[in-house]
Structure formats: structure tokens, C-alpha cells
Write a protein that binds this ligand. Sequence first.
Ligand code: WT7
Length: 685
Amino acid sequence: TAGQRTAQQPAAKDATRNATPNAAGGVCGTLDTLLVEERVFRPLPRVMAEATVNPQDAAHARRRAEQDWLGFWEEAADELQWFRKWETVLDDAEPPFYRWFAGARCNIVHNALDRHIETVNKNRLALIWEGEPGDTRKLTYFELYREVNRFANVLRGMGVRKGDMVLIYMPSLPETAIAMLATVKIGAIHSVVFAGFSSGGLADRIVDARPRIIVTVDGFYRNGRVIALKPLVDDAISHCRRAAQDRGEASADAGIEQVVVVHRAHLDVAMKDGRDHWWHDVMLHQPSEALTEVMDATDPLFVLYTSGTTGKPKGIVHSHGGYMVGVHRTLNWVFDLKPTDIFWCTADPGWITGHSYAIYGPLMAGTTTLLYEGHPLYPEAGRLWSMVERWGVTILYTVPTLIRMLMRFGTQYPARHDLTTLRLLGTVGEPISPEAWVWFHKNIGRGQCPLLDTWWQTETGMIMIAPLPVSLLKPGSVTRPMPGIEADVVDAKGNSLPPRTGGYLVIKRPWPAMMNTVFNDRQAYESMYWSQFPGWYFPGDVARKDDDGYIWIQGRADDVIMIAGHRVGTAELEAALASHPAVAECGVIGVPDDIRGEVAKAFVVLHDDVPPIGGFVQAEDLESELMEHVRRELGPVAVLRGVEFRTQLPKNRSGKIMRRILRAEELGEDTGDTSTLEEEPFYLR
Ligand code: WT7
């Protein structure tokens, strides 16, 4: 009932929040700040005592990074092994095509795997995997090393050479990690395509990436069903073949020479003679040693297509040296890894978070990473908590969309499980509303685990703005740039903005794990990221700082509403709505208004225990209550005109709400390309 819910979620309003529309409103290139969150969380003595990087170390690192920025990153690089050291830490002769650790030789797989075999890590658990039906597998570093070597030999046997592209179209399986590492071990480049994409999405990526080999799976388990994947590969290949024929090019199988299929779901799939092979067949009798290719630090490591909500997917290119340094340093600092940790990053390996912090990062750190195949609500809403309890997870890194979804089920699910092994929590992917932050912190972290909200992108490769476990935390803020990262909030002309004024987030210096280019499109790399503010990287987000220099991400620059000359981020309106106890999820868009130019309209999914609209709750009553609530939270600038109640919101496959679709529906326009819309509740990112 509503009464119980209030008791479980007292955080809905336990601090004063002042609406302070600021004076700079209306100035072009700045954003009004409406939401003021005043709760702060200080690290507990236990956290202070355990921390590898204590506040003094952090302050020292910041000073060091300011005084000798390249020396700072050089030190980070010295924590890893290199076949040959760099001639220069950063070659910036041709910006924005920066070349980190130019002249160095390395291979990230040497650091993620090979070197552990010489140490006590050899027989420690590298990877724990749980399938959706409940089957499990565990691999020690030595076991993973040998599997990777065997698959590396398979690929070499198929003629894959340094610089070739291997496309991996797989869900979260041990073989996904094995295929990625084996590809990189022999100097080839992987492009992992998320298994939630359709054959059309796969075909687009095949056309752009031009792989010689595809590694896939017969099918996998998802939300109690078996999803067939191999047939989608066949569809995508025939689609590419037809498109090539239309262009008058003859291309048998679109350049795909071999397809390796992991046997996962016991499906009877069509196998083309000479082209398609079962994983277990080709792995038979392969030697368990394989040479690791010596790469230039600047050689490409992988291409990952970003699931942009509009336009064609862009292939983001990362390379060995810089990426390994950036990921290694940030994982160790933000998540303060210990030898005893069980690290669970819930992201699918098909996303950058999965690449950096479910696979490469944890393995470089020599820790144990947990992978899960299936749906987070299967067979019921306690699946995650049951996994945390059974595996003794110590660090849980996940996404706000999942937290919001789990909040809808209340606290009874987490309450049934022992979550006391958890010591750190993290989120990434979109702004987390203070309400979701506090819920996660309190009900999952027992109020004792620092909750680290990490801002970064596919393009940045590594965490850029985030607290450390010892930082003072403010719910909803990503806090400060990592030591070594220089970020700022500026107006359209590039002037640094004072606190409490929203504007464009920019990164003022290169960083090691930065993307190198857009695959096949150097020009797009320059124009999309480096042309708005010459010399600086523009990630496309809007943000503000507070008086302590803490950064608050307000959303994407294209998700900004202009209400009566005030530029308001949708994220703030959504956070305000989410702080109402009836609201489970919401999306806010701008709609035209005769007087104000634009006003906000909200689409709201209610908590499961709110009586259905049309029942004994009057939609109009709740609507005016929510409009009043937003006004109270954010002040008179935040004009919300209309709330529409929905049972679900359109999201892309990674769980981000597609405001573009809501807007098009609202304005009666064509909804455009909806191919990235998810059909299921959502996938983990
Ligand atoms: C965009 C990048 C990095 C892995 C997942 C997303 C948004 C990311 C946060 C955060 C607010 C965030 C930004 C960014 N974003 N982290 N902690 N708070 N917003 O990767 O698909 O490349 O998306 O996600 O808008 O630009 P991605």
C-alpha cells in the first residue's frame, strides 16, 4: 500500500531542496540550474581505513597531475608490463590524432593474462560465469590462459593475421571473453556486436567493419526463452551479399570466410559446409600455448560501434597502449581493487563498460570478474541479490535504469538476501536521480558502501569523472574529474562558467584511453568531437558545477528544453519527478508553447503498488499533484504541461529512454528509425 511504500522510501524528501533559478538564465550557451541537492555522504571510518588511495594520496595525485601531467600518466604506465618502453608519453604532433606511448611495444593480453601465469594469480579465479538457467562455470587465470591460447591457435589456423577484423556476435558467455582475448593476442582487432541487435544492425556493422571471421553462438537464454542467434548471422550475411550484388560487386558471403559457432542452447541450426564450424570441434587438439603478438602501443585493439539514438552507428577505435593504461589506473583507483574482491560489472561485453570493466580491467588487475548471461529479473526480481549473496560479490557496478526497475519491486527482494559482502557500489550510463541513488545506497549498500557514480563514454574508453571511495559523495553528482583529467563547464564560446550555471562539458586535455578515430572516417572524428571547441574534446553532454567544484551531468546537449528562454536539462526535470513516491520511471520532452516557446511534458510509469489509473486514483488528481511537485522541487521556471501515464517507455536496447520517439509521437511526426528500440524490458549495459 501507499503507506508502506512511504515507510520504505523515506528518502523521497528528507532534505530541503531549494529552487534557485539562477541569474544567468537565458544567456546563450548556458543552462539553468534548477535542482539543488543538499544531502552529503561522508566516508565511514572503515572505508577510510581500507582505502588504498586515501584523501592525502588523492590530493597528492591531483597536485602531481597538475604539475607534471605526462609524468603522472607515465607512472600509471609503469604499473604495467611493456615489451619496449615508449619514446614519448604523448605524441601530439597531429591533433586530434593523439598517439599515446608512441614507440612502445605491448599487448594488452600480456597484461590481462600472460603475466599472471608467472605469479600467485596463476591459480586464482579469473572469471565466474552464471547462465540464466542457473548453470555455472569458473575459470582460473591458468585455465582462461589456456583456453585463450587454444582459440588463438584456431584463429591463426584460419588465416587470421595481425590487423584483421574478427566480429564477435555473442551474449555474455565465457567464450565471448575467450574470443576477444584470443583475437587480441594474435594482433587482430575485435568488434563485439551486442547480441540484442537484429540481423539488420549486424549487417550494418559487417559492412563497415569488414570482418573475415564471425564468432557467434547457436542461441542463448534470455528471460526464460531461448533466443536463436546463428540464424541472424546467416540473414545478415545474405543481406550483405545481396547489397553487394546490387552494387555490382561479387562477394561470396560478404567477405566472411569462417563462422565459428559456440554450442550453448542445444539448437539445431543450419551450418554451411566449409564456412561454419562448431567451436568445440575446432578447439579439439589445439595446443594450449600460443605466442602473443608484439604490437605497437598505437595499433588498433578493437572497434566498438556506438548505439547512437539517431544516425548511423560509428565505429569507435581504441588501441593497445593508451587503453590499457587508462582502464587499469581508473579501475584500481575508483574501485580500489583488492586480491579478495569478486567484481561484478553487470554490463554486457557488447558495450564499452563490459569491455573495460567486466573483461580487460578486472583481468589486468588480477581480480575475479563475474559475468551473467541472462535477464536481471529472471526468474524473479531477486536474481541480482541472490547472485550477490551466492558469489559473495564485493563490488557491484551497474546502471541507473536497472536500479529504477528494481526499485519498483520494493525492498522485500533485497531484504531476503545477505548483501553484507558488498563494499562498493558503482553506476554509469546516465544521470542517476538522487532518489535512485539514495535507494541503492541504503537498501543495497546498507548505507555503508560508497556509491561511485562514474561518467564516461564509449569514446573515452575509461572512467573520466568519478569519486574515489574516500570522497565525500552527493547523490546525483559525478563529483570531480579523475586525477590527470581536466574537465570544465563552458558556454558556447568556450568561456569557463561560474558555479551553478549549466553549460557544455568539455575535456581540455587528451587522456590515455581516448578513442583514436572513427573507423573508416577520420573526418567524422574531427568534426563530431573536436570542432565545437577547437583544441578541446566535446562529449556532447551538458553539465554544471556546484560551489565545491562538483560536477552534475544534466543530460545530452540535444536533450535540453528551452522554457521561456531558460535552458533546462531533461535530467533535472526527470530527477524531480522521480523524487515523487508514485513515480517509477519517467521521460520528459519539450513541446511547443505559444507563450513560453517550449514547455515540458512528462511520460510517467508508476510504481507497481500505485493503484492503476482509472481505478480509484484519478489521473487528473495525480497529474496535478506531479505538476505541483515539480514546481515545488525546481521552481516556477520548470513549467510542466501535462503528464501522460504509461505502462512502459520506449527505450533503446541499452535501456536509455528514447525521448526522440516520445517527441515524435507527441507531435504526430514520423518516429523515424526505431530499429534500436528494445522489445524486452531491457538489456544490461
Ligand atoms: C553517454 C555515453 C560509459 C559507458 C556507458 C555509456 C551518459 C554516462 C553517465 C553518468 C550521467 C552519463 C552521457 C555520456 N553518461 N555515464 N555517470 N552520469 N550521464 O556509454 O553509450 O558511450 O554513452 O552516457 O550522456 O555522454 P555511451
